[in-house]
Design a protein around this ligand. Sequence first.
Ligand SMILES: *[C@@H]1O[C@H](CO)[C@@H](O)[C@H](O)[C@H]1NC(C)=O
Length: 105
Amino acid sequence: MKFSTTFLVLATIAATQARIYIRANSQTFTGALGGVAATPVDDSGDAKKPFSVKGDTFVNLSAALQRSCDQQFNACANLANGGDQTISVADCTAQKGELKLIVNI
Ligand SMILES: *[C@@H]1O[C@H](CO)[C@@H](O)[C@H](O)[C@H]1NC(C)=O
C-alpha cells in the first residue's frame, strides 16, 4: 500500500512536469521574397499553448504556422504596395501557396 501510494505521487509529479519541447523555429519554409522570411515559430514555454509567433501563443503547430505565413504575406504585400518594384502582390500570393505546400497547412 505504501509503495503504491508513493508510486502514484511520483507518477502524478511526472505527468504534471511533462510538456512538449518544441525545437527552435518550427517554421521550415525558407522563402523570403523582398528579404522577408516567415516569422519564426518557437517554444512559448507555456504547456497549454506551446507555440509562439512574435509573442502570440497557439495550441497547435498548424495554427502557429498559419500566423507565421500570414505575417510573411502581409509584410511582403506591404513592400509590393509600398513601391518595391522587384516584387508584386501576386508574387507574395504565390510564395504563400509554396509555403502552405511545404509546411503542409
Ligand atoms: C488548432 O488550433 C486552432 C485554433 O486554435 C483550431 O481551430 C484547430 O482546429 C486546431 N487544429 C488541430 C489540428 O487541432
